[in-house]
Ligand binder design. Sequence first.
Ligand code: ZN
Length: 455
Amino acid sequence: MAINKKNTKGISPYPMRYRLHGGADEIGGNFIEIEYAGKRIFLDMGMPLSLPEEGPFSSHEIECRSTDEIVQAGYLSDLPGLYSGSDDTILGIIISHPHKDHFGFIKRASPRFPIYMGEKTRKIIEATADFIRDYPTFRGNVVRPLVDRQSFEIGPFQITPYASDHSAFDSYSFLITAGGKTLFYSGDLRAHGRKGAYFERLIADLPRGIDHFLLEGTMMSRPKEEMLREVDLASDFTRLLTKKRGLVLVNTSAHNIDRMETIYYSALNAGRTLVMDNYSAYLYRAVNHPFLPGNDNRVRVFFPLKQSINIKKEASFTSKLLPFKDARIFAEEIAANPGKYVMLFRDSMLCDFGDGNRRLMPLKSLRGATHIYSMWNGYWERMDRVKSFLKTHRIPNYAIHCSGHAYKQDLKRLLTATQPKYAVPIHTEKDRRKDFKRIYPSILPVKKGEWQDVF
Ligand SMILES: [Zn+2]
């Protein structure tokens, strides 16, 4: 693909430049400002996943604090025109995918700025907002959908989105051209997911010799993780689901639709029925997924106590209960034959198990049960309540997981094939930049908050 030189003539004597408000020396918090010819756009507005001194970052804690307060606390860059809407040089915000470390601060931006994101990204975020209070909705914004490889212009910037393979659904990378300079932003990507072909297409289609190639390096910090592919996990799941006789609880993220497909196919192979909670089913309905409960009788929907109480409180029967009326499964049906089911499970469902209340799952349903943990190991460290529940009920735990981020060898393949002038590490820890040097000779470290010309 040829690099578009349309916007090169005499607009500005200055090159395109950018600065990283987050994601420079950390995994997560991607928040990039790009400027050319006096106009600016933003790529992602992510929240940090953790803070150097304080540990894991809690989005719930800052929910009720004003934007000024969170700027003063140092969580958010001081960009008053972006938050108030008073800055006419800002033309829009592009969101790469529906993970909070890429969009979490979008609520702080003025609704007067247009937002560009995948149609399903919007649906996932808004459907989640119907269950989780700190998620945004975009009712006050102009939202423009991204389409794979359909270039568009925002002022002097030409932008081409590339659909990418990642653990979040509807993810994109971007090629940005302005003033004859090119910048690539990987967002989060990988080559070993169910959409791994997207990564190979990216290698084939990206222009060679891009000036600045902002590339995520999450896995540089996790060199010991096994290099599994998403499809490899299906055999591990199927083996366990076939071998175990009791109820299987799978602890995973409802947003990881690749993983949910892996669990669904494994359940079919093992002759079990997949039981989603109401929240997961609602997300699947929002993106119109083919194995939607109701369309597919091998998927049933369980209404955990907390979700049922909220439905009653909000009177949201029509949107949350009615679509799953026929697929609904009650605790006694699961308890009558627990070995027939594989059930999505999370810590908010711990209170759903107990005797003496017909709305709870009787404890006998946990006899011979198995727990499968299917997320990043770092989150497991924070799940003391789940660990104690498993210990109390003598439920063994197995880990089946592969990363949502590209392995080092794939990052190397991408850089070697596309030969950018400079690779700029982002979404990686500072001390891992030397690892980037090992995979590509031309590395440009960019510090948080400092303007960097594209040269
Ligand atoms: Zn992500």
